[in-house]
Design a protein around this ligand. Structure first.
Ligand SMILES: NC(=O)c1ccc[n+]([C@@H]2O[C@H](COP(=O)([O-])OP(=O)(O)OC[C@H]3O[C@@H](n4cnc5c(N)ncnc54)[C@H](O)[C@@H]3O)[C@@H](O)[C@H]2O)c1
Length: 357
């Protein structure tokens, strides 16, 4: 396989936690340029993951001007996903952008249009689709093993899990709180499994009920209530054109003892991810619950090679460039996710449902 030259824009948590180590393992990738507003971050990343003479810059446009770079990973806060990704595609680069695709539905649409206009590939970092369990369930659903899926719950509920690094509490930079930050993952996974991208209407509510707690117990340390501008929990109800409904439940802070996970309900069976991939149904007069113990790392597309969801995401993405195939996460799908998330916020603000054309 030929080598793909990659530039990294934004060298913070997700760059270091997911993209750079996974690209380093993908085998046919060279990270040739690194950009961050904080120069030391780009420098450190270059030293750890870059080719010996890797470029280090603080202005992403300098990185985009490098001809040999074929692929750019956009790993900055939500506010700059659209502008950087669009500039990158117009500069002739394929783009992997972190989730959510953009801060608003309009920005996500502009990114999709830039992808169509330039012919450059665009994908979004929804790595939960790369989990082995999710991949297997997708196949089962394609084989009609659940029948018609008419109800699902997209759950991303944390009892206390407020991200206190970066810009997550900043409404202007992120666009919102848990709904746009982690609800986006759950909704993406559910829509992909249902293969339903035709929403009809959305109602939503957002809350700021716990954010003013001083010295709060929290997975990443207490937050500063004065900086907490976004919601601490949010809920949405989506109706689709084919009559199906999806409930979205998401929180960074909620008084709930043991949050349940997402699930799907079909005419032939249901599925959830509680303690493995579980399939429930009725057969010959009995109710059954099968727990499928999926090897989380075995990957049939790569000859059973073992790899994490992060590594699978990177390898599938780079493979789509080299082989000119579709990335796992298609931009039109991610655009619909962004439109629904925004509709939750609009409905919460106006107190009215949002209808899609
Ligand atoms: N896939 C996931 O599960 C997952 C997890 C965490 C974060 N994310 C997403 O990744 C993105 C970044 O989050 P993070 O946790 O890495 O934040 P972070 O603050 O740790 O890192 C962001 C980096 O981008 C840099 N930056 C900001 N604007 C820039 C610009 N215009 N040009 C160059 N560099 C710029 C910052 O200096 C910072 O180093 C967010 O959109 C977030 O939603 C995804």
């Amino acid at each position: 396989m030929r080598t793909v030259k990659v530039g990294i824009i934004g060298c913070g948590m997700i760059a270091n936690g997911k993209h750079m180590p996974s690209l380093a393992k993908a085998g046919n990738v060279e990270m040739v340029a690194f950009c961050d507003l904080i120069e030391e971050r780009a420098q450190e990343a270059a030293e750890r993951y870059g080719v010996p003479d890797a470029l280090v810059v603080t202005d992403y446009k300098q990185l985009l001007a490098v001809e040999e770079i074929e692929v750019v990973h956009v790993l900055t806060p939500n506010v700059s996903h659209a502008v950087i990704s669009i500039n990158a595609m117009e500069a002739g680069k394929h783009v992997m952008c972190e989730k959510p695709m953009a801060k608003t539905g309009a920005e996500a649409k502009a990114m999709y249009e830039a992808h169509l206009k330039t012919g450059k590939k665009l994908t979004v970092g929804y790595q939960n689709r790369s989990r082995a369990q999710a991949q297997l369930l997708k196949k089962m659903i394609e084989n009609d093993e659940l029948g018609e899926i008419y109800f699902a719950k997209a759950v991303a509920v944390r009892r206390r899990g407020v991200p206190t690094w970066g810009e997550f509490l900043d409404k202007e930079k992120q666009g919102g709180g848990p709904m746009i930050d982690i609800g986006t993952h759950s909704l993406d996974l559910i829509l992909w499994l249902m293969n339903n991208y035709e929403p009809e209407s959305v109602v939503g509510s957002v809350f700021q009920k716990l954010k003013d707690t001083e010295n709060a117990a929290n997975e990443w340390g207490s937050w500063d209530p004065k900086q907490f501008e976004v919601e601490d929990s949010a809920f949405g109800y989506v109706k689709f054109k084919n009559g199906a409904v999806v409930s979205i439940e998401t929180s960074w802070a909620l008084n709930i003892a043991k949050p349940e996970g997402s699930y799907l309900c079909g005419t032939k069976g249901g599925a959830d991810f509680n303690g493995g991939l579980r399939i429930n149904g009725e057969r010959d007069g009995s109710l059954y619950l099968n727990v499928i113990d999926v090897d989380p790392n075995a990957r049939e597309h790569f000859r059973g090679e073992h790899m994490s969801d992060f590594e699978y995401e990177a390898k599938q993405w780079i493979g789509s460039i080299v082989n000119n195939t579709e990335p796992l996460v298609k931009p039109k799908e991610a655009m619909v996710v962004s439109a629904i998330l925004e509709a939750v916020y609009i409905s919460a603000e106006t107190g009215k449902p949002v209808y899609f054309d």
